[in-house]
Ligand binder design. Structure first.
Ligand SMILES: [Ca+2]
Ligand SMILES: [Ca+2]
Length: 155
């Protein structure tokens, strides 16, 4: 997140959002920074990669109740302003699990995968922003295999 070439970690702990900076020592994390102070238990977070091409990874945060996904930029060790990139189609009731592999189809735009309440893997490929700034296309069913009926977490 801070652009030093070492991978960092973002976690939600006790309703707060924390950034653990990667250490120069392989396999260790350095100091922790609190970057969000309230209500993060209400969000599902994902790592879409650097969606605004500023050299820092971005963070996607899905409001579990409203179903809106926000894209946050990072400064050196702080969170920027969240921009809504979807309408409210992504509640945790309809899409219990979500993650981003970054850009899955190689078009340079981050994509989203969710597992629905019917236990199917759905993909929403990233698009150029529409008039509302929304950046995810309509879903397609990536897999309806039985595997997804047993998955309890994705990252
Ligand atoms: Ca960025
Ligand atoms: Ca893509």
């Amino acid at each position: 997140m801070n652009g030093d070439g070492h991978p960092d970690l973002v976690t939600v702990e006790n309703d707060h959002l924390w950034l653990f900076l990667g250490s120069t020592v392989t396999g260790q994390l350095g100091e922790a920074h609190e970057i969000g102070t309230a209500a993060w238990n209400g969000y599902t977070i994902a790592s879409p990669g650097d969606t605004n091409n500023d050299g820092h990874p971005n963070l996607w945060a899905r409001n579990k109740n409203t179903g809106v996904i926000y894209d946050f930029s990072f400064g050196t060790d702080s969170l920027g302003i969240g921009t809504a990139i979807t309408n409210g189609a992504f509640t945790s009731t309809d899409r219990p699990l979500m993650t981003s592999p970054g850009d899955a189809n190689g078009d340079g735009i981050a994509d989203l995968y969710t597992i629905t309440d019917d236990k199917e893997l759905w993909a929403n490929m990233g698009t150029a922003p529409d008039a509302n700034g929304y950046r995810l296309g309509a879903h397609h069913i990536a897999s309806a295999g039985t595997l997804w009926k047993t998955i309890t977490n994705v990252a």
